[in-house]
Design a protein. Structure first.
Length: 166
């Protein structure tokens, strides 16, 4: 039986912390889909197409195999059923992450029958969050070591700075 894990998120932008979770998902599944979600209630720096592209290029830059990136519309439970996923994998940085993810995991299991597996994020990346990375880049701080080079360059272009980061 081939196993497929789905790693959902907004990935605005994808970080090294996200890629760490994908790596861990590959240890429990034959392949992984990075499911780039769109929530109309949220404001994004990058469009869905840009987030998918940055994630695809970051996966290549990180040398990850057996990973594909797809945009997802609608409910995650519907998507995992559609693609035949055997699990949803989410990374946790803290107990606060667990509390916010628990209800979603239970709802997704109720709707799809697919279990959510929680993996502890790498201790060295616990401080990395897309929102922090965007804020740092907006103020011209170097985000090297938090994101792939591809994302670093896209953030520099989005905020019109960062010429000295590379």
């Amino acid at each position: 039986m081939t196993t497929l894990a789905v790693c959902p998120g907004s990935y605005d932008p994808i970080t090294l912390g996200h890629l760490d979770v994908v790596r861990r998902a590959l240890s429990v599944a034959d392949s992984v889909v990075i499911a780039v979600a769109h929530n109309p209630a949220k404001r994004y720096l990058f469009s869905v197409e840009e987030r998918v592209d940055l994630a695809q290029r970051s996966v290549r830059e990180a040398g990850l195999e057996r990973v594909r990136v797809e945009a997802v519309e609608g409910l995650l439970a519907s998507y995992v059923a559609q693609v035949g996923a055997t699990s949803i994998v989410k990374g946790l940085r803290s107990s606060a992450d667990f509390e916010s993810e628990r209800a979603m995991a239970l709802l997704n299991r109720h709707m799809s029958g697919v279990e959510t597996l929680f993996v502890m994020g790498d201790q060295g990346l616990n401080h990395v969050a897309s929102s922090f990375v965007k804020e740092m880049a907006e103020y011209g701080a170097d985000v090297t070591g938090l994101v792939t080079d591809v994302v670093r360059d896209a953030l520099a272009a989005a905020f019109g700075g960062g010429e000295t980061w590379a």
